[in-house]
Write a protein that binds this ligand. Structure first.
Ligand SMILES: O=P(O)(O)OC[C@H]1O[C@H](O)[C@H](O)[C@@H](O)[C@@H]1O
Length: 302
């Protein structure tokens, strides 16, 4: 396979304006024939994303610091997931049938299908469709991703089953939130949720107070409504609302696991907490049917 390794911070000269008006602009920055980034500027925020994985890399509402964390060691590489931002885990979450973690959506090239710039923000539509994309999951499908960047950030996946039979998927919107330090993070909404502890292989643990998010931590919380992550270091709160998602996954690798991960920079694990709107159990989409999942993120100063 022709492997490309491109540092994500690359500054290229090949830049094309895709849409522009009095409120903002969307610019495509081509890194090479395979990879490009979309840079979004608007009076309310700045953001960037890439079609590799249909992946949101950053979003910074005016007056706030960057919301999503990005590893300094991640690289755009064919077939490889990006470490940071919001990877789309689909059509499976975690390992599946020997096919590796988190499905093929995060390593596939998505198509740009819509841009709308208004006083409210910038709406971007992306699409991924295919058939037999993995020997482990060989259905015909289409996924539309609707991203709305504004003072809030919303992300919707509309999953359509184009096969002649029902299919199942699991998923996560695997947000890497940038934090002052996981030790400073409280997520009180998790205190009342039962959870599965992946590290200790314990299922159905009774609710327990979450005092901080220092890793290693890898838990699946069974909770289908909003969460607020409080960062006492940076004095900010991040609220995440979601729909059609039965779990939250809380993950930070901690120092030892992170040291063994080639795409996390030194002490990078001290800079993020993953709080993922997920469905870790299979969900069925009947043939010919659609299903929509979403999250909406807002930041507040404390
Ligand atoms: O390294 P990745 O495949 O991106 O997975 C990173 C992490 O994702 C989720 O949060 C899982 O719960 C973890 O078990 C996994 O380690």
């Amino acid at each position: 396979m022709d492997i490309k390794l491109i540092p994500i911070e690359v500054n290229t000269k090949e830049v094309t304006s895709l849409a522009k008006n009095e409120y903002g602009e969307v610019v495509e920055s081509k890194l090479d024939s395979n990879f490009s980034e979309l840079l979004l500027t608007h009076e309310l925020f700045s953001a960037h994303l890439t079609l590799h994985g249909g992946h949101v890399l950053s979003w910074q509402p005016k007056g706030h610091e960057e919301v999503f964390w990005m590893s300094k060691k991640t690289q755009l590489q064919q077939g490889k997931a990006i470490r940071g931002g919001v990877p789309i885990c689909w059509p499976w979450f975690g390992p599946y049938n020997g096919a590796g973690n988190h499905g093929f959506a995060r390593t596939s090239i998505w198509q740009l299908s819509g841009i709308d710039i208004s006083s409210e923000g910038i709406k971007i539509e992306l699409e991924l469709s295919g058939e037999n994309c993995s020997p482990s999951w060989s259905y015909k499908f289409s996924v539309k991703q609707v991203l709305m960047f504004s003072t809030t950030f919303s992300q919707q996946l509309i999953i359509e089953n184009l096969s002649h039979k029902d299919f199942q998927f699991s998923n996560a919107l695997h947000s890497y939130f940038s934090v002052s330090n996981p030790a400073n993070i409280a997520i009180p909404d998790l205190n009342s949720a039962s959870f599965d502890d992946k590290i200790n292989q314990l299922l159905g643990c009774a609710p327990a107070d979450v005092f901080n998010c220092t890793g290693p931590i890898d838990k699946i919380y069974h909770h289908n409504s909003s969460m607020t992550l409080f960062d006492k270091g940076w004095k900010r709160a991040i609220e995440i609302k979601k729909s059609n998602s039965a779990q939250w996954v809380l993950w930070n690798p901690g120092i030892n696991i992170a040291a063994g991960m080639a795409d996390i920079h030194q002490q990078g694990e001290d800079e993020f907490v993953c709080l993922e709107a997920a469905n870790t159990n299979w969900i069925t989409v009947a043939k010919g049917e659609k299903l929509s999942l979403s999250q909406e993120v807002q930041v507040y100063k404390l």
